[in-house]
Ligand binder design. Structure first.
Ligand code: HEC
Ligand code: HEC
Length: 395
């Protein structure tokens, strides 16, 4: 049965002329983590350079940092093994679940900032009524422009919300309104697939991670802090992310450009064990959700036009028994978007909350929709398990 979905991605890949599964855009010694995509123009190289500069820039209260924030630059949480990657930091979301399991936001949101700028009169605090507290680990942005260029229809074609094929796996596409274009789109970024575009995520992160208001997120937030006090804590008036007079670009445009043009992490060395593990990844059923290759749609930019994206994800929301109890955008309490597995060898700890130390531990934590697949993994002979793990280590 699982074949149905496997065949679907083969069909998607074949339609884009990728039947031979070519990873050319991500492989080769020249592509190091942190490098831009191969084949971009000189003008794009310049956008990438300016974007990288802003992504690593450390902001201060004078620039608009805070009053509540989680980090003072994008790179503090996205720097391993290179700028754009991850860090071991986790941030906190919280809320309230009543006896019937209904979720309510406390103080109008779920993100409870870790830090505040001095004199700390706007430090947020998790209210005592909160009975759901969840941690979230960073997600690397290598190859994010290719993920953004995947057409909504490609993701929709993979969903099976009613589990019609009876394989126990019922992924759902995250239908959201993109705050950048105000259009209905399919979310694919974030653990809850809460955003469809890098511009929207940039606006969200600039305000929510760093407290820098921008055209997409114009209001300061510090959950539970009195509005008058919040005004006193934010001496800067108006939108903090202003256009650079010379370039005409805002901070959020620079972040978008950097992430869009950042190359995916190239595959590690392959050997027989890795190749055996790759076919076990499929026969065990991992590929039902961690779909090896999706294709970008048609795109005016040749770098993004009908390209294979070897991300190992269907970008759908699933319940694999690890849900964080938070409702956000289109995602329910139990749902998490299948994470891409490319670059996995550079990423520890694992799972949305960083609670798994090893890939094997992460796999063994999959239940619910992945119950059957996890059972198959458990019953594999030891050598096969090791091959599957060797494959993951090559990503
Ligand atoms: C305090 C740490 C922190 C800082 C600072 C931070 N991020 Fe993140 N980033 C995260 C975490 C945690 C997630 C996962 C969030 C979630 O889904 O709830 C994430 C996810 C992302 C994603 C989604 C990637 C994907 O493929 O799903 C993007 C894009 C992103 N961040 C961009 C940025 C940008 C741009 C900045 C700076 C404006 C930034 N981040 C600053 C921690 C951080
Ligand atoms: C039903 C869909 C589904 C199936 C089947 C599935 N996964 Fe996952 N996988 C997920 C989801 C969703 C997560 C995120 C869970 C979380 O973070 O709480 C995940 C997380 C992971 C992670 C951690 C990645 C990270 O960035 O933290 C690894 C590794 C992984 N899966 C490997 C596998 C392997 C190997 C198999 C087959 C044995 C498999 N998965 C089968 C959906 C699935």
């Amino acid at each position: 049965m699982r074949k149905a979905k496997f065949n679907r991605w083969v069909a998607v890949a074949a339609a884009a002329g990728l039947a031979g599964m070519c990873f050319s855009q991500t492989s080769g010694p020249s592509v190091r983590p942190g490098n831009p995509l191969v084949g971009i123009t000189a003008a794009e190289h310049e956008l990438f350079r300016m974007g990288l500069e802003d992504f690593t820039e450390v902001e201060t209260a004078e620039d608009g940092l805070g009053p509540a924030f989680n980090g003072n630059s994008c790179a503090v949480c996205h720097s391993v093994p290179a700028i754009g990657g991850v860090s071991t930091m986790t941030e906190v979301r919280a809320g309230y679940r009543d006896e019937d399991g209904k979720f309510t936001e406390l103080n109008g949101g779920t993100l409870f900032h870790l830090f505040s700028t001095p004199p700390h009169r706007c430090q947020v605090q998790i209210p005592p009524e909160a009975n759901v507290i969840a941690r979230r680990a960073p997600i690397p942005v290598f190859g994010a422009g290719l993920v953004e260029a995947i057409a909504d229809e490609t993701i929709i074609a993979l969903e099976d919300p009613e589990d019609r094929d009876g394989d126990g796996i019922s992924g759902r596409a995250a239908r959201i309104v993109d705050i950048a274009s105000r259009r209905e789109r399919i979310g694919r970024f974030g653990w809850k697939a809460q955003h469809a575009t890098l511009l929207a995520f940039s606006g969200d992160a600039y305000r929510n991670e760093m407290g820098i208001t921008n055209d997409l997120f114009p209001e300061e937030v510090a959950l539970g802090v009195d509005p008058e006090q919040l005004r006193l804590c934010s001496p800067k008036r108006g939108i903090e992310d202003v256009r650079d007079r010379r370039t005409g670009l805002r901070g959020i445009d620079n972040f978008e450009n950097f992430m869009r043009l950042l190359a995916p992490v190239a595959r590690g060395p392959m050997d027989d064990s890795v190749r055996a593990g790759e076919s076990l990844f499929q026969t065990t059923g991992c590929a039902s959700c961690h779909v090896p290759v999706l294709s970008t749609g048609t795109n005016q930019n040749p770098v993004f036009d009908r390209k294979p994206v070897a991300l190992y994800s269907d970008l759908l929301l699933h319940d694999v028994g690890t849900g964080d109890g938070i409702e956000q955008a289109a995602a329910g309490q139990d749902e998490i978007r299948t994470p891409a597995l490319w670059g996995l060898r550079f990423r520890r700890p694992l799972l949305h909350d960083g609670s798994a130390a090893t890939a094997e531990e992460a796999i063994l934590r999959h239940s619910m929709e992945a119950e059957g697949v996890t059972a198959k993994f458990r019953s594999l002979p030891k050598v096969s398990r090791q091959q599957l793990l060797a494959f993951l280590d090559s990503l």
